[in-house]
Design a protein around this ligand. Structure first.
Ligand code: NAD
Length: 357
């Protein structure tokens, strides 16, 4: 196979973790005689510094014409002035919208070797295997009107939470289709007791559920879901929800796996290039120190191999290599227990490459 991948290292630890994922992708491709062509482009704060635009046209063009995009992370204190006109996150939202990637798939699974890295008790997390499907291109992060103004002399801000039935249906369908190849259960999360947009979500969710009679379906309110993820996370299979609820709940669920540094994600649409990224941010507190955990990005690269390139065996090979490295006791600083030796970002990447065999 000949495939073209756009790399967007971004800011903070982004370049450090993307380097390791590239190394792993190259190694697994070489083993199977595939050729991967990488194009590296500017995105985020670094792109603002160099071009004034968080998503330069050249970057967007490369993303649209290649087979898949692997992103590190964007943002950091240098660009987070709330009154700034241009912010790194605007580039990310525009990229998702331009690629039409409306469903963010976030698996939350505990590697057995990390059971004691989770802040939850091992018996509570050992069976956790959840896939979050977060709607990614609608809801309150995109709804208009949006803005700030003086109201009665007081600084005020407003956002709009809006979903239409097409947006709800297509993301629900992805959830049901995933559940058909898993344990056959979908949980839809909303706030239908308060929000009108959630009542539309719930109504449409039930209509879609009726088309999948073989799948067990339930609605859960977002506040209750925040609690259930802590006290009975093993009960969930596929969890589907809107943009903001999914953003918050999937970060909460990430703690089950021990560290934000472990969780990959894929953003998929109707057949165009997929966008793959770790769920963590640019971690400015540890950037440049060579201690970031690259596994979330390496596991995102595995999702890229599977979902954009159709290379299931190669994807599974990467995931198995990660599991082996962890089972052998290797830990980056975010995973190491007090007194346990921590290895660096590059060393972890090298160990995964070596474990590919
Ligand atoms: P963060 O995810 O960057 O960091 C939260 C904590 O987790 C930090 O202590 C960090 O050191 C740690 N951490 C994160 N990833 C890690 C890794 N791979 N290895 C080891 N430790 C890791 O979240 P934040 O601090 O709230 O945000 C920092 C910046 O990142 C902000 O500018 C934010 O806007 C941005 N951000 C970007 C994205 C994205 O690019 N998709 C997502 C979230 C946040």
């Amino acid at each position: 196979m000949d495939a073209k991948i756009t790399l967007l290292p971004g800011d903070g630890i982004g370049p450090e973790v993307v380097d390791e994922a590239r190394k792993v992708l190259t190694a697994v491709a070489n083993q199977h005689n595939h050729t991967l062509h990488f194009t590296e482009k500017l995105m985020g704060g670094i792109a603002i510094d160099q071009t004034g635009n968080p998503l330069p046209e050249e970057t967007l063009g490369a993303c649209l014409e290649n087979d898949a995009v692997l992103l590190g992370a964007v943002g950091g204190p240098k660009w987070s002035d709330p009154t700034a006109k241009v912010r790194p996150e605007q580039g990310l939202l525009k990229l998702r919208k331009s690629l039409g990637v409306f469903a963010n798939i976030r698996p939350v699974k505990l590697f057995p070797a990390l059971a004691d890295a989770s802040p939850l008790r091992p018996e509570r997390v050992q069976d956790v295997d959840i896939v979050f499907v977060r709607e990614l291109t609608g809801g309150i992060y995109f709804g208009q009107p949006q803005g700030r103004e003086l109201v009665g002399g007081l600084r005020s801000g407003h956002d709009t939470m809006r979903y239409n039935e097409m947006e709800i249906k297509r993301v629900l369908r992805i959830a049901f289709e995933l559940a058909q190849n898993r344990r056959g259960k979908v949980t839809s999360v909303d706030k239908a007791n308060v929000l009108t947009s959630s009542r539309v979500w719930r109504e449409v969710a039930h209509e879609v559920a009726a088309q999948y009679p073989d799948i067990a379906f339930e609605d859960v309110l977002v506040d209750a879901m925040a609690m259930y993820l802590v006290n009975r996370p093993g009960d969930f299979d596929v969890v589907v929800t809107g943009n903001m609820f999914g953003d918050i709940l999937s970060d909460e669920a990430s703690m089950i796996s021990g560290s934000l540094g472990m969780l990959p994600s894929a953003a998929l649409g109707d057949g165009g290039p997929g966008l793959y990224e770790p769920i963590h941010g640019s971690a400015p507190d540890i950037a440049g120190q060579g201690i970031a955990n690259p596994l979330a990005t390496i596991l995102s690269a595995a999702m890229l191999l599977r979902s954009s390139l159709g290379l299931e065996d190669e994807a599974a090979q990467v995931e198995t290599a990660v599991a082996q490295v962890l089972a052998a006791g290797h830990r980056t600083a975010d995973l190491a227990r007090p007194g346990e030796k921590a290895i660096g970002t590059t060393e972890m990447g090298d160990l995964v490459v070596a474990a590919l065999g």
